[in-house]
Design a protein around this ligand. Sequence first.
Ligand code: SAH
Ligand code: TRP
Length: 378
Amino acid sequence: MRQAAPRCPVFAQRRAAVEPDERRTGRAIWRPARPVRKRAAREYRIKDRNVNTALSTPIACEPIRPTRIVPSLSEDVARGLFGAPRTLPPKYFYDERGSLLFDRICDVPEYYPTRTESALLQRIAREVIETARPERIVELGSGTSRKTRHLFDACAELECHPAYAPVDVCDEVLVASGEALSEDYPWLDVRPFVGDYTAGLGNLPRRATRDLVVFLGGTIGNFTREQATDFLRELRAMLAPGDTLLLGADRVKEPDVLHAAYNDDAGLTAEFNLNLLRVLNRELGADFDLAAFEHYALFNPLESRIEMHLIAMRDQTVTFEGLHDSLHLREGENILTEISRKFTRAQLESMLEDAGLRVVRHYESDAHKFSLVLAEPD
Ligand code: SAH
Ligand code: TRP
């Protein structure tokens, strides 16, 4: 039996993008997603505890209008999976199940980035808030916002009460996290935005306020060098004088440590990687047999990046109800599902400078495992 349709609007949005009449006229490709159905936040483990079930504060996500046409899921599949090398954009990992899996990855002992960045953010939060004095905190790819809580704690201590605008592709995680945050920080005005940040940031509502934009988790490393620079330039364009950016990025380190982080013993990373095939089965009526694939992640020192692959363990043909094509995979063939680039201090700073951002403070964790860089428009 087919699973129920997803509620993650990135998919609905992608479907809207291929409406033939709209493509012909070249008009806006976006239309509002269905109203977000609320889901109990209890499934999301936030701040090391289970969030209570009955939530009082209703949170609604506002869709962000793309500023440019991005490929639909079927177009990404047609181009990415049928081409060479076989690859897909990472945003498709994050349906509700994917977001839950990622949140669990954050707690596995081998996955050092979350706890390292979290400890660093806790240490510097006061200074960041004192420097940025934000009236609004905008967070890109916020997920469960678990680390951002350190900023809210510092805000509370400093009696600085910004609004919070988390942006994510996954509406379920935005709603659940938003409700939990509203409970824990009653002063916090949470206004989530749902959408694809690669489709443009220009339609995020501007305010005549000081923004602190945060982009954590090393997610910048999931972009290629060119994509990262374009993204940061676009981000730079949405900043006004007085606004700041806090960027989290993972650093180059011993390959063994990196390897373990993306090949945890509990197999959660493997589950997460395979979730992409589940998404394709559900969204495009594909018939991937998940048992015929294995997760394979390796550190490529020449590119200074982790590469996440799914390897076909036998010859196979995958059919897609939603596409007029079948995919033939040979035993041993791979799909590159994600890259996670690891930076040096100098690379990070020059990437920001190339995008028109001046480094205000570069904070590093113990042993330079992770960086948080505070920057401002130059
Ligand atoms: N910031 C959190 C989560 C990182 S995982 C942390 O540091 O732990 C990446 C997050 O970005 C997920 O929540 C995912 O849903 C979101 N995301 C990935 N691609 C996206 C895109 N193109 N647009 C908006 N959100 C995206
Ligand atoms: N942004 C995270 C990272 O690069 C995403 C991530 C962690 C991830 N583990 C993963 C993505 C496993 C795909 C598969 O560290």
